[in-house]
Write a protein that binds this ligand. Sequence first.
Ligand code: DCP
Ligand code: MG
Ligand code: MN
Length: 348
Amino acid sequence: DNKQAQMSGDCPNEDIINKLNELMELHKVKGGSEDRWRVVSYSKTIRALRNHPTRIRSGNEARRLPGVGEKTAQKIEEIITTGDLQRIKYENTNDVEVIRLFQGIYGVGRSIAFKWYQAGCHTLEDLRARKGGVTLTVPQAIGLKYYDDINTRMPREEARAIFELIKPKALAIDPKLSVQIMGSYRRGKADCGDIDILITRPTDDGETHAGVLPRLLRELHASDILTEDLALPEDPEDLEATYRGLCHLPKVEGSRQRRIDFLTVPWTSRGAALLYYTGDDIFNRAIRLKANVMGYALNQKGLFKNVIRDPRDRRIKLDSGVLIASETEEEIFKILNVPWQEPHERVR
Ligand code: DCP
Ligand code: MG
Ligand code: MN
């Protein structure tokens, strides 16, 4: 079926999708208002092409797909007949390349990348020389220093090996902790961009995991597993805290620096947290949207009803509503009427 075709990459229109995707990515980097609606338009076309079971043979045929306009149909015609899309070369100017390169630095978004470009930095070496008097925050400087490592995905075996060093150290602090690896690893991916670790603890004995994270971080630094801090928890005593940093396999010659995220949550919100941090991000967007359509709101803390949003800006909550589910993933799926999906099925 289509899903199968999508996963195995033998979609009959894969070459067209790839070219349109390349163009879409360029517009994403540019990020102007025109670019943004182009991104929306190309993503619709790509979705339509993915769902189309047969090979598209002409621009006219493409024009009949849902959401495909005249200009996009012309581009598809060009890809079919020439195997290429000239617009990609036209959009792929030097600034786009450089801004994309800079966005690979931890903590750098489009606007900072653009600012540095304007200041005259066009390569990572320029940034290292602080050309044009640019300034980097401490985390950005670490991101620049380990640019290659951070932008290289690790084999899942390495994520597991690092996790297996960390988990016993956490359990040594408190054997009742729940310590789980999430993100792409939990989805079963063969490679991981980072290691995402969720920590929580049942409270039936009146205890909590308060204070565990700072202790664990200290021990991981002492044992040369953690190498750099990128973002420390705001309030380390809080049950809900996040940490971002770099780690590596200690005592392994030439082991690469890897990104690691820790997240602690109250025991009661573990299901919602697990759901959110398992992803993937597109799955999360879809399930959040489903919740919204049903009049609920879903986030990493739980599923809520009676949320009142500002009609002028739907992102603003006037009333945070009433919590209806957060302890297990299963109950959240159930209330949302979404058939259970194993983590490895939760992919775009
Ligand atoms: N997440 C999300 N939206 C974001 C960022 C993250 O919903 N903008 C959720 C879904 C992700 C999870 O958090 O799966 C972990 O985030 P990561 O950035 O670590 O992404 P993954 O682990 O899925 O992929 P990667 O292998 O690239 O780390
Ligand atoms: Mg991850
Ligand atoms: Mn992560």
